[in-house]
Design a protein around this ligand. Structure first.
Ligand SMILES: *Cc1c(COP(=O)(O)O)cnc(C)c1O
Length: 391
């Protein structure tokens, strides 16, 4: 069925939004095969976002871990993470559809910054919904969005964080669909978003595949990526789905699975069950009554109660494996990569590396790619606090 990955996905949205989602699905189906659209998209990725990003061999960490480790360097893309790939793709699609405005939701502000950047580049108006708690926590990103010409719209309802911002953005879209595109930030939400975001992010895997064959002469044994909503992971997995390559998604283990203070939708069978959230059927962390559970992670980008529906499908069909990395193991990986290779990773990305460190025996003598989804500049305050460092 269209818009489904096995029994996950779908389009669970209010009646008033169905025409907009269908119009979007149609426009996307056309553009992804349209030569002119693709030429413009790949041109932006190359000349504006700085692609292709390198695939960096890590000699020091390889020696330490006993494998051949490569990093796919999304931290070197414009704005410091993979999110710009999707923001540029959707902003371009919105402009092609004749829309003049984009709106987005943001938690940590990273997706808001990517959206504001793409909107500025393509001459679109931009509104970003953000919980007031998050605005206080992420002041530099609020300033960045404003400098880029976006309107940051404070959300005071509920817990004043990401899930409330999503509700407000959906409400705005209901009232403004004629002029406005909702630029969703991960491989989540109703059809066509999960497939569309995966398509715009699939550039990561396409490049990595060419680069690893160039460097090693063969495909890698394993690919490891962190999974929030699931966009950087699906973006690198896509190019290897039909190959004999282990695909490993790493969720936020927070303070440990048993504490229930985490965002590991697959690792906690009591709390992580199929449910419907923000437009799709997928795995959702919920309490015994089916209410959305609170989550915790040291990294804001992985701190969300649901995972993209295609990941639920890849797990069920056993094509991909999923595990987790705790806050503590993430911090260890963060410091190790900084010292051993001179690369300060985003805390999200450090989860993927943390998993490899904890399971290094399994990867002895193997060729491994870790998707380094972003850079760590945004996380310095969090890390200082967590490690009890002083300025
Ligand atoms: C937002 C973010 C993530 C998590 O989002 P996905 O959609 O799962 O990729 C991971 N890494 C970085 C650096 C991010 O900014």
């Amino acid at each position: 069925m269209e818009g489904y990955f096995g029994k996950y996905g779908g389009m669970f949205i209010p009646e008033t939004l169905v025409p907009a989602a269908k119009e979007l699905a149609k426009a996307f189906a056309h553009c992804k095969k349209d030569k002119k659209f693709l030429t413009e998209f790949y041109g932006l990725l190359k000349n504006y976002a700085g692609r292709p990003t390198p695939l960096t061999y890590c000699p020091n960490l390889s020696k330490l871990l006993g494998c051949s480790l490569y990093l796919k360097r999304e931290d070197l893309a414009h704005t410091g993470a993979h999110k710009i790939n999707n923001a540029l793709g959707q902003a371009l699609l919105a402009r092609n559809m004749g829309k003049t405005r984009v709106i987005a939701e943001t938690g940590a502000g990273q997706h808001g910054v990517a959206t504001a950047t793409a909107a500025a580049k393509l001459g679109l108006e931009c509104g970003v919904y953000m919980g007031t708690v998050d605005m206080e926590r992420q002041k530099p990103n609020v300033l960045r969005m404003r400098l880029l010409g976006a309107k940051v719209i404070p959300v005071n309802s509920g817990t004043k964080t990401l899930k409330d911002a999503i509700n407000e953005a959906l409400r705005d879209w209901t009232a403004t669909v004629e002029t406005t595109h909702y630029l969703l930030g991960s491989a989540l939400g109703p059809h066509p978003y999960p497939a569309m975001v995966a398509f715009f992010q699939s550039i990561i895997g396409k490049e990595a595949r060419k680069q690893i064959v160039g460097a090693e002469g063969t495909l890698p044994d394993a690919i490891i990526a962190c999974v929030g909503g699931g966009s950087n992971s699906i973006g690198i997995f896509k190019a290897f789905l039909n190959d004999n390559v282990r695909l490993i998604g790493v969720e936020a283990g927070g303070k440990g699975i048993k504490t229930h203070e985490h965002a590991a939708r697959f690792a906690d069978p009591r709390a992580g069950r199929p449910g419907i959230i923000h437009g799709a059927k997928t795995f959702v962390l919920q309490d015994d009554d089916g209410q959305i559970a609170n989550t915790h992670s040291i990294s804001a980008g992985l701190d969300y109660s649901a995972i993209g529906p295609e990941h639920a499908f890849l797990r069920e069909t056993k094509r991909a494996e999923y595990s987790y990395c705790t806050d503590t193991d993430c911090l260890e990986a963060f410091q190790l990569l900084s010292r051993a290779e001179g690369i300060i990773p985003a805390l999200e990305s450090a989860h993927a590396l943390g998993y490899l460190i904890q399971h290094k025996r399994e990867f002895s003598k193997k060729v491994v790619i870790v998707n380094l989804s972003g850079r760590g500049d945004k996380d310095l305050g969090t890390v200082m606090k967590a490690l009890h460092l002083r300025e």
